[in-house]
Design a protein. Structure first.
Length: 731
């Protein structure tokens, strides 16, 4: 079989609905099986022309090979640098952070080609201590994972599947259970739990035991730390993967490089949040491991699939199309969602449908976590077929790494993470690296990469690849949405406005996709209008919709039924429950009236020059146990006096008052056609009341700490009464 046929490592096909897609993959499977059957049953007899039988057998083996995931590029796999970002040890507990770190260290990938960097924006000794512990535990954990093909490779997530159900694994673990030696597993589990307890105790005491402190010189660097916002760069190589033999305890497996970085912080320097941290990591890693591929995860987002790096490489390393791909984005998934996703965190349809649709139009946006980047495109390079490195360049660069000792290297690289580094007229945060000046740095960075001519890929495999922690309270969910919509709207108003920016370079459809998200914030205006104005007019008996008996009611009814029917169908086909859909509708309403509204006002104020301070409110990844219990029972949490809750409650109260008033009028004046005239308005008001049921409960019926605070109730009742009286007497 003289000539080798190049088989692409990936192919893009337009999806025609899920059923079609399932039929398709099933048919491929049937096809593959048929090919095998054909090959086996038609094997030429030994006496046919010479060579035919051997050619046949060879071809069969080749087909068998292609049928499974196989990598003929093993030796040429590029280096991968993994960036994990953390910012606050109280709401991002060190034990969670190191679980994420361990899960990415344990990727099924040559360890000498993997380097893991933890950026700690809190400059916390506790996080450093946890990482030190993790670097030791890795010597047990990695060999264990590799020997028994453990999934997932976050120890906490893995062992939690054994806590229940009397040590039997849940889910798909059956094969694996036969493989894993139970004694070995419980010994590793014990070592893990001891480590976890040490880290947890230190975290609770907020102090490192002095024997440990004296044992590792790294802690001395904290002598010069005065606060999280005022300290020099701390850079430490905890595992140097270049050493030929890092002696593990189980065997002589090599370990990936592991680095702790806390960039310099000074009160007078703006640190640009996660974008600043990422750029410091890009620079430091470029001198250390310089992997051509960078994976970025948030500290709560652990690897749930040890194959993802290899899967992503299929895109980058494809000889025909790989060179134009800048990043491969995986969807976000969460390990703590309740059955009906009370806060609509998953954004099911966006994850399953919208991002895939972007993929078909030039590539998805970058959503911050679970994304593999090509280093050069992230660093600002324009796409150019000739110049862009691919396999050839990677081949050349391999082995070009720095040869200095770890200590020299640490010293050399420290300056790269100093505040002043970006001062000297560098393009960092502008043309280079992750973009500054936007509270959600991810989308804008992805857009500008696409603008420079690159493509991106959305990859949503069956087994979830990255799993994080969803916010567990309503307020956190709303604040997170505020940050996102604010970032997007700011993007819309900037020179990067998707409607204008990239004309001719980014497909029109893709720019429209970006624009839809970018316009989340101003969406608050029509929504607020719709949930307030018709309701108040109801009080004044003023009809704003066609009469129930008029034919014009048909288009309204049709659009509503079609839109919501379709949205429900879509949601359920994407795996949600009807209750989950209802919850999501509620959250959309809440987001639009609070998160988007606050984001809109702040952005407009900033544009007018009122205030300039940007904020990045880090989402808490742990909850108080009482709060968490309520979350598990899908009870909404209102227990804090946030202005967002005042807005929600006021809207709920106005609608309740009007609805009761409308019903009363309808019954009392049935003869005068109130129903005919105001029917649709009453229905609209009724639906708003229905969707707000948890708010009324929180206002009036609950006794637990998650109920609406009294101050919120007082304000909202007053405001609602005021609004209703104005409507009654003045309109
Ligand atoms: O000054 C900061 C602030 C945040 N972070 C880290 O950034 C990540 C994201 O923060 P989080 O509060 O979890 O935000 P989310 O809304 O959950 O994150 C999504 O949205 C962000 C942009 O708004 C992206 O940066 C994230 O990657 C994306 O997952 C976390 O690991 C933080 O530790 C820093 O490193 N430095
Ligand atoms: Mn997060």
């Amino acid at each position: 079989m003289g000539q080798e046929v190049y088989l692409p490592l990936f192919e893009t096909k337009a999806a025609k609905g899920r059923v079609a897609y399932k039929l398709y993959s099933f048919s491929v499977l049937v096809g593959i099986f048929s090919i095998w059957v054909f090959r086996a049953s038609h094997l030429p007899p030994a006496e046919t022309e010479r060579g035919r039988r051997w050619g046949w057998i060879g071809l069969s083996m080749a087909e068998l090979w292609f049928s499974f995931y196989c990598y003929r590029y093993e030796k040429e796999l590029p280096g991968v640098d993994v960036f994990v970002c953390t910012a606050d040890p109280t709401i991002e507990p060190p034990i969670m952070v190191v679980n994420t770190v361990l899960s990415v260290m344990a990727y099924d990938y040559p360890p000498e080609k993997l380097a893991v960097y933890l950026s700690d924006d809190a400059g916390s000794e506790l996080t450093f201590y946890a990482l030190l512990e993790a670097s030791r535990f890795a010597k047990h954990w990695l060999p264990f994972c590799k020997k028994f093909k453990v999934e997932p490779r976050s120890p906490a997530a893995y062992f939690s599947t054994f806590d229940r159900d009397d040590q039997e694994p849940l889910g798909d673990g059956s094969d694996h259970d036969r493989l894993v030696d139970k004694e070995y597993r419980s010994s590793v589990k014990k070592i893990y739990e001891e480590m976890r307890d040490r880290i947890d105790i230190a975290t609770r005491l907020a102090r490192i035991p002095s024997d440990i402190r004296n044992e590792h010189k790294g802690f001395r660097k904290w002598d010069s730390v005065s606060s999280a916002r005022d300290h020099p760069t701390i850079l430490q190589i905890l595992i140097d993967g270049r050493e030929t033999k890092v002696v593990g305890i189980e065997n002589h497996d090599k370990l990936p490089t592991l680095v702790y970085l806390s960039r310099e912080k000074r009160p007078h320097y703006h640190h640009n949040f996660k974008a600043g941290a990422m750029n410091a990591l890009i620079r430091v890693s470029s001198k250390m491991s310089n992997g051509p591929i960078i994976l970025n995860v948030d500290c709560d987002v652990y690897s749930n699939n040890s194959e993802s790096v290899r899967d992503a490489m299929c895109f980058f390393m494809d000889e025909n199309k790989g060179h134009e791909i800048a990043y491969v984005q995986y969807p976000q998934s969460y390990n703590n969602l309740t059955r009906n996703d009370l806060h609509g965190i998953l954004l099911r349809v966006i994850n399953e449908v919208d991002l895939a649709a972007m993929d078909a139009n030039g590539g998805p946006c970058y959503i911050g976590s679970g994304c593999f980047h090509r280093r050069e495109s992230l660093c600002g390079m324009k796409y150019d077929r000739k110049e862009c490195g691919g396999l050839d360049q990677w081949r050349e660069e391999m082995g070009k790494n720095e040869k200095q000792s770890a200590i020299v290297l640490e010293d050399m690289c420290k300056v790269l993470a100093n505040c002043t580094y970006e001062d000297n007229n560098t393009q960092w945060g502008r043309e280079m690296g992750v973009k500054y000046g936007f509270p959600s740095e991810d989308i804008i960075t992805g857009l500008s990469i696409q603008f420079r001519g690159w493509k991106s890929i959305y990859f949503n495999p069956e087994r979830e690849s990255f799993t994080g922690v969803a916010p567990t309270t309503l307020l956190q969910a709303l604040v997170q949405q505020k940050r996102w919509s604010e970032g997007q709207f700011q993007l819309f108003l900037s020179k990067y406005c998707p409607l204008v920016y990239g004309r001719g370079r980014i497909p029109f459809n893709l720019r429209m996709c970006y624009a839809i998200y970018a316009l989340w914030a101003p969406n608050c205006l029509p929504t607020l209008y719709y949930v307030i104005v018709p309701t108040l007019f109801l009080l004044g008996d003023i009809s704003l919709f066609p009469e129930i008996t008029s034919l014009w009611i048909i288009p309204f009814a049709y659009v509503l039924i079609a839109k919501y029917g379709c949205s429900l169908a879509e949601f359920v086909t994407c795996g949600g429950t009807p209750q989950g859909w209802w919850n999501e509708q509620r959250i959309w309403l809440f987001k639009r009236t609070t998160s988007f509204c606050f984001a809109f006002l702040e952005t407009v104020a900033r544009q007018l020059g009122f205030f300039t301070k940007l904020e990045f409110v880090v989402t808490a990844k742990v909850a108080d146990s009482e709060v968490y219990q309520r979350y598990l029972q899908e009870t909404m949490e209102f227990g804090s006096p946030s202005p967002m809750f005042t807005v929600l409650s006021t809207i709920a109260m106005i609608n309740l008052l009007s609805f009761v008033w409308g019903l009363k009028r309808m019954i009392a004046n049935a003869k005068f056609g109130v129903l005919e005239q105001l029917g649709l308005q009453i229905v609209l008001c009724g639906v708003i009341v229905l969707i707000n049921l948890p708010v009324y409960e929180g206002l009036f019926f609950r006794r637990d700490k998650g109920k609406m605070p009294f101050s919120v109730m007082y304000k909202s009742v007053m405001l609602a009464l005021l609004a209703c009286s104005i409507a009654l007497y003045l309109v």
